[in-house]
Design a protein around this ligand. Sequence first.
Ligand code: HEM
Length: 407
Amino acid sequence: MSAPTAAAPGAPVVELDLAELRRDPYPAYAELRRTAPLAWVPSVRRHLLTRYEDIVHAEKLPEVFSSREEGSLLLRTVGPNMLREDDPEHRRLRSAAEPPTRPRQVRDLWADAFERTAHELLDRIADRGEADLIADFAEPLVAANLALVLGLRAASAADVSDWSRAMMAANGNYADDPGIWLRAEQATRAIEEAVAEAADAVRDEPDGSVISSMVHAADPVSLTEIQNNVKVIIGGGVNEPRDVFGVGAWALLQRPEELEKVVKDPASWKRVFEETARWISPIGMYPRQLTQDYEIAGVTLPAGSRVALVIASGNRDESVFERADEFDPDRPHRPHLAFGGGPHFCMGAWVARHEVSAIAWPLVFSRLKGLRLAEDARASDNGSAADRLDGWVFRGLTSLNVTWHAP
Ligand code: HEM
């Protein structure tokens, strides 16, 4: 399969400025949905698919919209892994890794430790009366939780954060910066060592973690496969829950009535989570490559064509979500696309939901009394100069500066 590097015949060509997309992609998505729901975008070197129904349609046809993208930077950074495989290979790896991330396991095995870590992090900042809740709380919390679920016993939260950042930079290294490749190689080597050590330790004493589950899988998985998949999970398991935490907290701090409602009815944190992930999706888009000629959104794409499924756009599709640009946790339920769909539906969805909506938000809002955005962090549509929303492939707040009444 060779990938065409230009527009499919009949596909509209739309120039988009990447800096503008990073700043705020939503106006461009609205225009694409209206006028060119499948468009070739030269700066992205892919066709962008932007309407909800078309994305759902593509996700239902993984044999046509393959996850095995040629020349993928993710493959270069981590090697073959479940995210860039199709079934049956994908299923073998996913079945081996998945059990520790199911809802029951999250509740029975991990929830108490998640909560302890959240309390410890809040103990460290409670007396200060001010903090950046991204750097001082959300990032170390989700990184420590990920180390635990994966079974990386010797890795600290800071290790996991650093590794994640190095790999994310490599996955977006379209400019081929050698410094970025070097840092990613150092990170991947460190992960390989940590995984090899953990795999040895659980061989005789399983511990319920992802590494342990893969070591003892009924359908065998090699050490290299475990290492590569742990790299992918570290690359993708930190920033997304951190970003849902940050964006949701920020949205509520600007909407005191919504905040009061949710504090009075803690069951509704779940709705806040789903609405936050819909409104500002932490992963904005991901790639697929066609295995055969296929018509979608009025264009026949030749085999080999590259398509980006722009889930952040599907999640703002007005034909599915009324007043789609508004943050409204009480909106009628419609399934959002933030966790993807089909066989690659996010494996960490229940981990993320639990750590953010059952632990991080309730504890932050109950323990930090009088919590408010810091003066210089008050919002405009896209955040203040200090706390900015940034990104389109991944999108979240750069920081979340807050103050509260210190005891
Ligand atoms: C709010 C938080 C999260 C969001 C929005 C999110 C989003 C996504 C999306 C959109 C995909 C599909 C990508 C594709 O099809 O190409 C995905 C896959 C995946 N996610 Fe997440 N993710 C989150 C948290 C996590 C966490 C915490 C973990 C690890 C514990 C994780 C592990 C994975 C894995 C392993 C896959 C690949 C699954 C497969 O290929 O079968 N994610 N995620």
